[in-house]
Design a binder for this molecule. Structure first.
Ligand code: SAM
Length: 415
């Protein structure tokens, strides 16, 4: 890669506000910061053209595309983030929203003041609910959901469900220090008595402020979120004439089953809301199914062979991920215009202490589709929400900081 790869601290955005506009709506593992998408759009975007984010998560680049003036399409296999991304890009009437919020406040007024009890409504049939929620919290959550589901306008209902989803996580017995589902220690459980409606109310107000800022700045463009597994050949998504012009995305790291567990993070909320396949996300995610063979002829092959000498099974897991990422890039490349630019934000993780050059893999994979490497910007990650330390060798007590940097890989297709 030579000179094309360079460190540039102006991409760190150390003190930037990453929660402006609708970016404040909901946390998620390994979110992209909006400033990266914004700067890339300013450099490579063109108003009225089309942006694709094949692994859109909560829709960071789609929101930025709408603010910039590009049409956008995002894909993800996780139903919860499709809901969040949809709510973040969809304009809604503030007047209609306020009227629904007031109705909800009225429904909870007497309950909050203790003058009446929570009406009994059916509690969703979710496995292990008692393990994650107290009886009181379950009743509140069920009643809140019952009230939200009364909202007829779908975009407003989605907006309210997003605040609900974050509330579910916060009022559950889950530890907040990890994205994985771990129950808090028993001594904490006894005194854990969250104010469900108060938490929800705060989130609604915060998100409403973000929405106002977004509505003031967004351009009149389309933004669509699709249920699509980008590994699986054809994408069931809109096909703009001439193809997509720009990709700004951050693919998964390849450790969805272990460290950055998108599915585990989303599961409780998704199950309360009634979203399908909530439990399957980490298995369907890239690298979720072990591979039978070692990935050959690529910039990651040497590293995978090294891992194989230490741990055969891990080498197959890693192979499976790059296999999927390669297929996914083939699918994405088919959708892109002859003069398109791709920007992939990737971390080079370590497995068994062996560094995997995912940035080089991306350059190589797009190279097969007529893309030339323009540059790879290496940035420090001061504020991305993900585990900074992991145990790459999986030996207890042995940790190393693997995720303190990430690479913004930029390639361009020329005729
Ligand atoms: C790093 S996250 C994206 C975060 C996003 N940029 C944001 O700011 O919220 C990667 C996403 O890829 C999704 N994903 C994993 N495998 C996928 C696949 N085969 N097709 C589409 N999306 C996939 C995960 O569900 C996850 O939401």
């Amino acid at each position: 890669m030579g000179d094309l790869k360079h460190k540039d601290e102006s991409w760190d955005f150390r003190s930037a506000d990453t929660k402006e506009y609708t970016h404040c709506f909901h946390t998620y593992p390994a979110m992209m910061i909006p400033q990266i998408a914004r700067r890339l759009l300013n450099e490579y975007g063109c108003e009225g053209e089309w942006l694709l984010d094949p692994y859109c998560g909560t829709g960071t680049s789609l929101v930025e595309a709408s603010l910039f003036g590009m049409h956008s399409v995002g894909c993800d296999i996780n139903p919860l983030v499709r809901l969040i991304a949809t709510a973040k890009v969809t304009p809604i009437s503030l007047k209609a929203l306020d009227s629904e919020v007031n109705r909800l406040n009225d429904a909870f007024f007497d309950i909050e003041f203790g003058t009446t009890t929570i009406p009994d409504v059916p509690i969703p049939d979710v496995p292990n609910l008692d393990y994650w929620f107290s009886d009181e919290v379950k009743k509140f959550l069920a009643y809140l959901l019952y009230q939200i589901n009364k909202v007829e306008d779908e975009p407003i209902r989605n907006f309210m469900k997003v605040a609900y989803s974050e509330t579910v996580r916060e009022v559950s017995y889950t530890r907040t220090s990890t994205f994985k589902l771990h129950r808090m220690p028993s001594e904490k459980l006894e005194n854990f008595n969250p104010d469900v409606f108060g938490i929800y109310h705060k989130k609604i107000n915060r998100n409403r402020q973000g929405l106002i800022a977004y509505l003031e700045k967004r351009k009149d463009v389309e933004a669509t979120i699709c249920h699509a597994n980008t590994v699986a050949g054809e994408l069931p998504i809109p096909r703009p004439l001439g193809g997509y012009n720009l990709v700004i995305t951050s693919p998964p790291y390849g450790d969805s089953q272990t460290t950055v567990a998108y599915g585990q993070f989303s599961r409780l909320s998704a199950e309360w809301i009634g979203l399908n396949n909530a439990r399957k996300v980490d298995r369907i995610a890239m690298g979720g199914q072990p591979s039978k063979s070692i990935f050959e002829d690529s910039p990651v092959t040497t590293a995978i062979e090294k891992i194989q000498t230490i741990d055969e099974k891990r080498s197959r897991d890693v192979s499976a991920f790059y296999n999927d990422l390669g297929h996914s890039i083939d699918t994405v490349a088919k959708m892109l215009s002859p003069r398109s630019t791709i920007c992939y934000v990737v971390g080079n993780r370590r497995v068994k202490d062996v560094l995997l050059p995912t940035d080089e893999f991306v350059v190589h994979a797009f190279g097969k589709h007529g893309f030339s490497h323009k540059e790879t910007i290496v940035r420090n990650i001061p504020n991305k929400r993900m585990p900074k330390k992991n145990s790459p060798s999986n030996v207890a007590g042995q940790t190393s900081s693997t995720m303190n940097e990430e690479n913004i890989v930029i390639c361009q297709r020329t005729d």
